[in-house]
Design a protein around this ligand. Structure first.
Ligand code: HEM
Length: 276
């Protein structure tokens, strides 16, 4: 059903549910608002009754843990905020909250305006021509997250964005493939091999950006690691107090999470707005 839905373009309409989740749409109509289905060897309960959904999202009894990511989900976001829980989540979340609180967001405005202006200048020369808006917004959102959270620019993060995009495409085409448990230990698919290479590549590129930030401090060019998200992460990595310390793996995974979550989401959102 999904493959059929994706194979054809749809008319401009807000009625996207039957298009993007045709299976869920069909099953709700057939089996009712709440039903059970099998995702490979795991039973999944679909809830679309509002009161029940609210109960799950509030999670007041902490009865609903986060889902275990697929092998590709883990490669994409590692042990970043999206997948971690408990004390580790609280520690990482505190850092993110600090980097993205109201005052910090205000300070990001000039960088965001400058990025939008750069894009608009490019558009000025294109009058009468078609513009590939998705591509443009991809550049814009990558530039903004690079500048505001990582103190760099799109070009510096370009390789990371490209590899994250490739990984998310692999993840997308494997979402509904059921796997034989433990088969990966003896036989790896082409997608798995490629995703391992991409994961390694992203890891190395993020490390390079971290090292650059550290070197700036060590050479005396700046007097700290900085107050942006990357600066706070690097600072936590060097923190002597064990409770606040962040491992290099955690640092890399949070960078991946924010490069991805900060770019893909807003890119799609802007595109949605531009269609209104
Ligand atoms: C229109 C834009 C966005 C939408 C629609 C969106 C949507 C969401 C949703 C639904 C979740 C919850 C996922 C879950 O718990 O399973 C989430 C979590 C998250 N988002 Fe976004 N997001 C957007 C923009 C951003 C941006 C710009 C960033 C980073 C700069 C970001 C970083 C994160 C992080 C780190 C989490 C995990 C938070 C946690 O568990 O503590 N998102 N987002």
């Amino acid at each position: 059903m999904r493959m059929e839905g994706m194979s054809k373009p749809m008319a401009l309409s807000h009625d996207i549910f039957p298009k993007v989740q045709p299976h869920i749409y069909t099953w709700i109509n057939k089996y009712g608002k709440n039903f059970l289905y099998w995702y490979g060897v795991r039973a999944e309960l679909v809830i679309s009754e509002l009161e029940l959904a609210e109960e799950v999202l509030k999670n007041s009894e902490q009865a609903f843990p986060k889902r275990t990511p697929s092998i590709y989900g883990r490669k994409l976001l590692g042990n970043g905020l999206v997948f971690i829980e408990g004390e580790k989540w609280a520690k990482h979340r505190k850092l993110a909250n600090y980097a993205f609180h109201g005052e910090s967001l205000k300070n990001m405005t000039p960088a965001i305006i400058a990025s939008v202006e750069t894009m608009m200048k490019k558009w000025k020369g294109q009058e009468g021509k078609e513009i590939e808006v998705f591509h443009e917004f991809r550049w814009l959102t990558s530039e903004v997250i690079s500048r505001t959270a990582f103190g760099s620019n799109y070009l510096e993060g370009e390789k990371i964005f490209d590899m994250l995009k490739k990984l998310s495409i692999i993840l997308g085409r494997n979402v509904f493939k059921t796997k034989i448990p433990f088969i990966n230990k003896i036989w790896k698919t082409a997608d798995l091999l490629e995703s391992e290479k991409l994961e390694e590549g992203i890891h190395d590129c993020v490390l390079e950006i971290v090292k650059k930030r550290e070197n700036k401090f060590v050479s005396g060019e700046v007097d700290g690691f900085g107050n942006d998200f990357l600066g706070l992460l690097v600072n936590a990595f060097h923190h002597l107090n064990d409770k606040n310390m962040l491992s290099m793996e955690d640092l890399v995974d949070e960078c991946k999470t924010f490069y991805f979550a900060g770019q893909e989401t807003v890119n799609s959102y802007l595109l949605g707005l531009s269609c209104l």
